[in-house]
Design a protein around this ligand. Structure first.
Ligand code: VTB
Length: 337
């Protein structure tokens, strides 16, 4: 890649503004039971702020195909700058968590030079994630017990000291039984496997491994963070239909083939940002404090230097044009941009 096309450091802060806006908007609707509204306000916010960022971005992971989503659809071009980049977004990773006020929801974004993020279709992906100590120690073809033993050894822990995060789904009953038999501790989550995957590569979060089948787009987002953090991940697309298998093949990724981080993020230059909507292991959720103020917690990282910044921000909503019109009680009021 030509040096001029490197992602600039300043971009990190610009991108945090994007996830912060989405998280604040989504958090205001916490617990209302309305997943669609949560997603809508976050998409709106993300798109509006992304439009001001100094990149020439194309959405490669977004809200769906062009005919399915009015905004942040795959292929949409956004941004106000010259650098051509791929943009992967999940404005609300865990909409039902927000709708129910449950922990673990984040607004997520990854940006990388054009053509380097896998354009993962909306299908399932089997994932196995661990932190930097486990580099080279994961193999999806091996039983989970063997993988856990290797991770534990690398981390100088015993298997019964590992915490494994698994989505609570019927498809995981066997996996859960195997992890239990191996003796590891388990955190079952109802939704949202991106944040725990990122947390697995950050010491002190209480997450060591993420295992199981979740969304493929979420897998690419997690991979972007893991590249920055030097973590480890193996994945494989799971095609439920012949059509999905064909889509995967058309992207050059045969279902069943084991993918490593370099297949999911095909470069060494990526920025990842996430802001907590509700509390989680990775970041705290948004708090509305004082008069028209919100406190947000984000994490932003850049692969070139590997620096991980936790950004604790206090937003004066009245002073930000984007939030100005929100009614004081929250809610998706009319607003000007
Ligand atoms: C997965 C997971 C996501 O939704 O896509 C899941 O990766 C959907 O799985 O983090 P099911 O089809 O089994 O419900 C999330 O949990 C949240 O978007």
């Amino acid at each position: 890649m030509r040096p001029g096309l490197r992602l600039e450091r300043e971009l990190s802060l610009e991108l945090v503004r994007v996830t912060e806006a989405a998280a604040i908007e989504a958090a205001a609707l916490m617990g209302r039971g309305d997943t669609e509204a949560v997603d809508r306000v976050a998409v709106d916010a993300m798109r509006a702020i992304l439009g001001t960022v100094h990149v020439r971005g194309r959405v490669v992971i977004g809200e769906g195909e062009m005919d399915e989503a009015p905004m942040l659809y795959i292929g949409e071009e956004l941004g106000a700058g010259p650098v051509p980049v791929d943009i992967a977004v999940d404005p609300v990773e865990g909409t039902s968590l927000v709708a129910k006020g449950l922990p673990g929801a984040v607004a997520v974004l990854a940006v990388a030079p054009q053509g380097t993020l896998l354009n993962a279709p909306d299908m399932y992906m089997q994932k196995l994630v661990a932190g930097p100590a486990a580099r080279g120690a994961l193999d999806l073809d091996d039983p989970i017990a063997v993988n856990l033993e290797r991770v534990a050894e690398r981390m100088h822990k015993r298997v019964d000291e590992l915490s494994v995060v698994i989505l609570e789904r019927e498809r995981h009953l066997q996996l859960i039984a195997q992890v239990r038999a191996a003796g590891a501790r388990i955190k079952l989550i109802t939704d949202g496997d991106v944040a725990p995957a990122v947390a697995a590569a950050i010491p002190g979060t209480g997450v060591d491994v993420v295992a199981g089948i979740g969304g493929a787009p979420e897998g690419v987002l997690a991979a972007a963070a893991l590249v920055c953090l030097g973590g480890e991940m193996q994945a494989r697309l799971v095609a439920d239909t012949a059509e999905q298998a064909e889509r995967a093949r058309a992207m050059g990724v045969a279902p069943g083939r084991i993918l490593g981080l370099s297949d999911l993020v095909r470069g060494d230059d990526v920025i990842f940002a996430a802001t907590g909507i509700t509390d989680g292991e990775l970041v705290r959720g948004v708090r509305f404090e004082g008069v028209r103020a919100a406190r947000s917690h984000s994490v932003v990282m850049r692969s070139r230097t590997g620096t991980v910044r936790f950004v604790d921000a206090l937003h004066h909503l009245d002073r930000k044009p984007f939030f100005r019109e929100r009614p004081p009680t929250g809610g998706a009021g009319e607003r000007t941009q």
